[in-house]
Design a protein. Structure first.
Length: 502
């Protein structure tokens, strides 16, 4: 019985196992078939709904590859010592005849902005080259190359417009609004990295208003993205999910990953007409040097508003000087818009046309006032300020006609300008006022870069012309002080905090 039961149980188990195996087999087949169909459907659905695929198909025909070539002269001299001065003495420059032109090639990207063949790219892609060739992908999958010429370029924004002459209308990219772009928003980059044509990468906007100040890049306002950008991507478009251009890819940090930078397209919109019409950008110029307003500067100059830009210098015969702008004025509004910071103010002035009038709201000695400025055209060299260097090292000792009012900040002596100090520090003829003649080498002043021979114009927002002015402007209980300093014809503002001295 027990055996039977066992046998019967085993048979039932085997029978149930066979039925279960069959059922599992059917289920597995159904699942496999379902997954296959589901995968197919998913693949089709993914391909059909993936916005990046649609963007690439729509925009790629308007993205072009740019090949450039320039001639560089290299020595082919048979003389191994042609750079040696003794060799030159005996043989002169005859070895210069042994040189040859070597073609240097480079690659970049760009995109078509008008149907008749205007292309936007980076200035550094086409600057100084002898030959530009543009490759355009046609709708049938073939390619056509054109010779291109530069219509205009702008090193400030690193933008250039080049032109090809097509047989018919070309596809163009629509320019978006980079001001509306937000960090975290998806973007697509298309370009020609390392010669791999029409490479597509995707990522997000990592940040806005990035600044890069390096040897060959001096720019404020970049869009930062983690979409892969490599050499050859320069000049290519950065697209939003609507397929509109929001940036022009231009810079990378080579030792980092996911750090690419693009010029906001709104900047390109502002300058393109000038580039095409005049070959360069005509920018408004105020004629001032400005600095960021720190909390210490705001207190010293009686500024209650947040943001703003303080005028550290006014150029001679500039629009600002003619309008009555003074050193120490804090600009808090321009044309009714609040000045967010220095970078914002600079970009705003750049967008204004020469000859136009800008209305400035400034705070001067704690009082708000309005100034109307008719802007000049920005010169090629906006500063043009020169001056002799002040020698280091103090000569002579303290005298009775000097002040130690700033001693707690590391400026041990300030004295009126005399003919002797004028010669000692090589100050311009006719220079008057107060000059710093002794700086403690281990002090806040020294750490901030203040040095002997610097002229002192303002303390805590007050004009300083005499020692009495200085002594009244500095209060012993103050833990910080704001100074306006002039050196070699340039003026800047420094905030100092008290520091201990041995």
């Amino acid at each position: 019985m027990m055996m039977w039961n066992c046998v019967s149980a085993r048979e039932r188990l085997n029978s149930g196992s066979r039925r279960g195996a069959f059922a599992l087999g059917l289920l597995a087949f159904a699942l496999a078939f379902g997954m296959l169909n589901s995968g197919t459907a998913l693949a089709v659905s993914s391909s059909a709904s993936n916005p990046i695929v649609a963007i690439v198909k729509k925009t790629s025909p308007a993205v072009v590859n740019i090949d450039v070539e320039t001639k560089a002269r290299r020595s082919a001299s048979p003389f191994p010592f042609d750079d040696d001065p003794i060799f030159r003495r005996f043989f002169g420059d005859a070895f210069k005849d042994f040189t040859r032109s070597v073609p240097m090639k480079g690659r970049g990207s760009g995109f078509i902005v008008t149907k008749d063949g205007q292309i936007l790219t980076n200035n550094h892609v086409v600057n100084g080259v002898d030959k530009i060739t543009v490759s355009v992908s046609l709708s049938d999958g073939s390619k056509k190359t054109y010779s291109a010429r530069v219509l205009g370029s702008d090193p400030t924004y690193d933008l250039a417009v080049i032109k090809i002459d097509p047989d018919g209308d070309l596809p163009v990219l629509e320019l978006g609004n980079s001001d509306e772009v937000e960090p975290g928003e998806w973007v697509v980059a298309i370009g020609n990295p390392y010669g791999f044509e029409h490479s597509v990468t995707a990522g997000v906007i990592s940040a806005k208003d990035r600044s890069i100040h390096a040897q060959d890049v001096n720019f404020d306002g970049f869009l930062q993205t983690d979409a892969a950008i490599n050499p050859g991507n320069s000049g290519g478009p950065l697209l939003n999910m609507d397929g509109h251009v929001v940036g022009i890819n231009t810079a990378i940090i080579p030792y980092a990953q996911g750090l690419g930078f693009a010029i906001p397209v709104n900047m390109a919109k502002e300058v393109m007409n000038d580039l095409v019409s005049y070959g360069k950008v005509k920018r408004g110029w105020l004629g001032v040097s400005i600095q960021q307003v720190t909390p210490e500067i705001a207190r010293a100059y009686g500024v209650k508003e947040e943001g703003g830009a303080i005028v550290s210098d006014v150029f001679a015969d500039s629009a600002a000087e003619k309008a009555g702008v003074r050193r120490g004025d804090v600009v808090v509004e321009i044309n009714g818009e609040k000045v967010k910071d220095v970078n914002w103010f600079v970009q705003k002035v750049r967008t204004l046309a020469p000859g136009s009038t800008a209305t400035l709201q400034v705070v001067r000695e704690g009082k708000r006032m309005t100034l109307r400025v008719k802007l000049d055209q920005r010169p090629d060299s906006a500063d043009g300020r020169t001056g002799g260097k002040a020698p280091r090292g103090r000569q002579g000792g303290k005298n009775s006609k000097s002040s130690e009012a700033l001693d707690d900040f590391g400026i041990d002596e300030v004295a009126p300008v005399t003919s002797g100090l004028r010669r000692q520090y090589r100050l311009a003829p006719g220079t008057e006022g107060l000059v710093i003649v002794d700086v403690d080498s281990d002090s806040p002043a020294s750490a901030a870069g203040i040095r002997e021979g610097d002229l002192l114009h303002q303390v805590n927002g007050r004009d300083i012309r005499t020692l009495d002015d200085l002594n009244k402007a500095v209060r012993g209980e103050d833990s910080s002080v704001v100074l306006m300093i002039e050196r070699e014809g340039n003026t800047f503002i420094v905030s100092l905090k008290k520091g201990g001295k041995d």
